[in-house]
Design a protein around this ligand. Structure first.
Ligand code: PLP
Ligand code: COI
Length: 356
């Protein structure tokens, strides 16, 4: 059945829901998908009418340019449900803007804000029962665009698909992380695509990350590609370092993703009177701080990872462990940001977005 809900979005409902098969008390991250997805095609130089359809496979020509030239970008967001079953998003327009920043860099068509926001809200209203209410869970939302236009000519495609898929998810990481400060491989370079959420940025990380995992670490901390001296970010998170009572995070650049969690944490921390420095921080400074006892905390920040404390880091074949603190700033900031996200606290910054 196809039902017209607005001038733009049509909804084809799935005949049978999969929701009964889901154990909402034991949700992995990003492995279970909701009943529907939003799909919108770009053809003849414009975005066509968006559709919500049952979650399903996609059929593509083997010469589709996504397979050969990697034109693929994505976003990561979450929908939260509060105690009265109201649905909330966190700074969703920032994801929409960033998707278009990525699109521009990869020579892909930008998506109008209304296609993103209206499509997202219509999908969430349909999938509201899929938003978990169990602790630390949420509906992870994956908006993405990829090249469906075909041809082996190495040039931008003429056709694309925008999809929003949803996955009820638990935490991304199981506990504190042990990270390896990378000294050989690079995630990004000046003038490159590091600031974009391009699929290829992640593919390039898997091999060095596997090497780190073999050595007993869970994540790589990327350093600048020229000297490997300065901390940049992790695979799916921006990084904060606490020396004494000051939080330090690298400035965003061509090489670093402008994380929405990162910029929110900076604002929340400063609002609490916590000193935050946005500046380059060298591995040398961190090692020295670890040795003299002034290195108090390190944590990653991202939508999927929320705030993930780091237990210790490896650097040049040596491990440096962080102290176990009674009341880490990371935990305090995690509570503050999640209280806003789940509508448990006042939203003094105006970041919450109601879906209704
Ligand atoms: N850095 C990278 C490489 C990421 O993939 C992510 C995740 O989205 C982040 C940082 C954090 O960004 P955000 O807080 O917007 O999710
Ligand atoms: C997110 O935090 O939403 C991300 O996009 C990270 C992802 C690679 C899991």
């Amino acid at each position: 059945m196809s039902l017209e809900v607005s001038q733009k979005i049509t909804i084809e409902k799935s005949k049978i829901s999969k929701i009964g098969q889901v154990d909402f008390n034991n949700l992995p991250f990003g492995q279970v998908y909701s009943d529907h997805m939003l799909v919108c095609d770009y053809e003849n130089g414009k975005w066509q009418a968006p559709k919500i359809i049952p979650y399903q496979n996609i059929s593509l020509d083997p010469s589709a340019k996504i397979f050969h030239y990697g034109q693929s970008i994505f976003e990561g967001m979450k929908a939260y449900k509060d105690e009265s079953d109201a649905i909330w998003l966190f700074r969703p327009r920032d994801n929409q803007k960033r998707l278009n920043i990525s699109a521009k860099r990869l020579a892909m068509p930008e998506l109008p804000e209304s296609y993103f926001m209206d499509g997202l809200e219509a999908l969430l209203l349909l999938e509201k029962d899929w938003i978990p209410t169990t602790k630390d869970s949420s509906l992870y939302i994956r908006p993405f665009i990829f090249a469906t236009g075909n041809g082996f000519h190495a040039s931008p495609a003429d056709k694309y698909k925008f999809i929003i898929a949803c996955s009820p998810s638990g935490p991304y990481f199981g506990g504190k992380l042990k990270v390896l400060i990378e000294q050989q491989y690079s995630r990004s370079a000046n003038g490159g695509v590091g600031f974009a959420k391009a699929g290829g940025n992640y593919a390039g990380q898997f091999y060095p990350t596997n090497l780190a995992i073999e050595k007993g670490y869970q994540q790589v901390i990327w350093t600048d590609d020229t000297s490997h001296e300065f901390i940049e970010e992790a695979g799916a998170m921006n990084i904060f370092i606490r020396i004494d009572d000051t939080l330090i995070t690298a400035p965003t650049s061509d090489r670093i993703l402008d994380g929405i969690t990162r910029k929110s944490i900076i604002e929340i921390a400063r609002d609490q009177g916590i000193a935050v420095e946005i500046r380059n921080i060298s591995v040398h400074e961190i090692v020295e701080a670890s040795e003299n006892g002034s290195l108090k905390e390190m944590f990653g920040a991202g939508t999927a990872a929320v705030i993930s404390p780091i237990a210790g880091f490896g650097y040049k074949e040596k491990d440096f462990m962080l102290p176990e603190l009674e009341s880490p700033i990371a935990l305090k900031l995690k509570k503050q940001i999640t209280d806003i996200q789940y509508n448990r606290a006042d939203d003094k910054f105006g970041w919450r977005h109601a879906v209704k």
